[in-house]
Design a binder for this molecule. Structure first.
Ligand code: 5RP
Length: 265
């Protein structure tokens, strides 16, 4: 791996722990003004300092993130669909590499939709991005998307998707946690981070998800809704950090969350 690519990855995946807490705020690219992300600047400002990387689109980056931030950016560069359109899988690349370089990003991210009518297109999007990423030294994060079919989040499907992403050259992969998650990680020769998915019932559930994922081989999380849809996002992200970077237990994370929310947020 070239120096620039390694250096950018090391800004996202912290060398001290080998782990990362990424904050996903790209939901509007197909969901519009999702609950608690209606005003991206207001949502992002209090929590960005606790994230190892932020994952926005270029629109939200330019309009809603302070350019003085020291948090590395993993730029969402695929899209072109909406939640009310015919298929979420029909994505194209929306943002050029020149634009990604101009925005000084640490990595670019796209979704792949294995097993759909758009499998070939989205996998070729990945292959093309990796070719450009290798040219410019910018890592590519492949998101193994499931669109509206949340039931697809099982080890068989996710192992297939993650492995294909790695085979096509993705430098790291974002997927969902599932039963037998160790099989997904075991079959994927590049680092894996997990999405949080839709908001869970309790913070205990959120911390358990992060804990299980890390203990079964994920190198981190790329969470959105379970952080910023929480009543206490600043406390939530810090408690998730404790699990990811400090091996905190769920009980410890809950204690930290309760302490932090009582003091500040
Ligand atoms: C959609 C994405 C989203 O960024 C991601 O899944 C959102 O994170 P969360 O599920 O934790 O809200 O990549 O394909």
């Amino acid at each position: 791996m070239d120096w620039g690519l390694q250096n950018r990855l090391a800004r996202i995946i912290k060398p001290e722990t080998g782990h990362t807490v990424m904050l996903a705020v790209d939901h509007g690219y197909f969901l519009g003004p999702t609950s608690k992300l209606e005003n991206p600047r207001a949502t992002i400002a209090p929590i960005i300092q606790y994230a190892d990387a932020l994952m926005p689109t270029r629109g939200v980056l330019r309009t809603s993130v302070d350019p003085k931030t020291q948090t590395p950016i993993v730029l969402r560069v695929s899209g072109g669909t909406s939640i009310i359109g015919p298929s979420l899988a029909d994505e194209s690349i929306t943002t050029t590499f020149e634009e990604a370089i101009r925005l000084n990003v640490a990595a670019v991210a796209l979704s792949i939709f294995v097993g759909t009518d758009y499998e070939h297109n989205t996998l070729m999007n990945l292959a093309d991005l990796v070719n450009e990423g290798e040219t410019y030294g910018i890592p590519v994060l492949a998101v193994t998307a499931v669109g509206k079919e949340l039931g697809k989040r099982d080890a068989r499907f996710l192992s297939l998707s993650c492995r294909i992403a790695a085979e096509l050259g993705a430098h790291f992969v974002k997927t969902y946690y599932c039963e037998e998650f160790e099989k997904v990680v075991g079959g994927c020769p590049v680092p894996v981070v997990i999405a949080g998915g839709p908001k869970l019932d309790t913070m205990s559930d959120v911390f358990q998800l992060a804990y299980d994922a890390i203990n079964r081989g994920a190198i981190g999380v790329d969470m959105g809704r379970n952080i910023w849809q929480s009543e206490h996002p600043v406390a939530a992200i810090q408690a998730v950090r404790a699990i990811v970077h400090e091996k905190a237990t769920v009980t410890k994370a809950l204690e930290l969350f309760d302490d932090l929310k009582a003091t500040r947020n």
